[in-house]
Design a protein around this ligand. Structure first.
Ligand SMILES: NC(=O)c1ccc[n+]([C@@H]2O[C@H](COP(=O)([O-])OP(=O)(O)OC[C@H]3O[C@@H](n4cnc5c(N)ncnc54)[C@H](OP(=O)(O)O)[C@@H]3O)[C@@H](O)[C@H]2O)c1
Length: 126
């Protein structure tokens, strides 16, 4: 077991909570989402609260090359694949069919479904 966790979709909510929990359990944690400014405060919290190891990697879950690059960076940095990979990236648009545009629906579909498929392909070797 590598004791490495990866969380894709780290913002202020569930992703952050999971990342902190893994760090508390003594795991190294790779933090991924598109914006570094959402990742850095979580990395700081992990270091300050648990003296833990965290690594922020700006990643677009909707892009296979971006997710592959992030996964490769984790292996390169810590020398092993994560034993735990959480796919938490997502978007939710409140409202029913009549209030939701096709464009928004397709965006949600891409991040909530296609991106999960992309992420799963990367963790095939775990
Ligand atoms: N919190 C709840 O109680 C709850 C309950 C039920 C369902 N959910 C669902 O669970 C998911 C996560 O919830 P959460 O509370 O952790 O939300 P959150 O704090 O908003 O975190 C989700 C993160 O996903 C990232 N993300 C979105 N699109 C992305 C992309 N293309 N590539 C990489 N990262 C992306 C966003 O960061 P960037 O924009 O920086 O990329 C965001 O910070 C959401 O879909 C939410 O609707 C949450």
């Amino acid at each position: 077991m590598s004791r490495i966790a990866a969380v894709l979709g780290v913002g202020p909510g569930l992703g952050r909570a999971l990342a902190l929990k893994f760090a508390k359990e003594g795991m190294k944690v790779a933090l991924m989402s598109r914006s570094l400014d959402k990742l850095e405060p979580v990395e700081k919290d992990i270091k300050e609260k648990y003296n833990g190891e965290a690594f922020s990697i700006p990643t677009d879950a909707g892009s296979e090359p971006s997710v592959k690059n992030a996964y490769d960076k984790i292996v390169e940095k810590w020398g092993a694949a994560p034993e735990l990979f959480v796919f938490n990236a997502g978007s939710f648009t409140p409202g029913g069919i009549l209030e939701t545009s096709l464009e928004q629906f397709e965006k949600n579909l891409h991040i909530n479904c296609t991106s999960a498929f992309i992420a799963l392909k990367q963790v095939r070797s775990i």
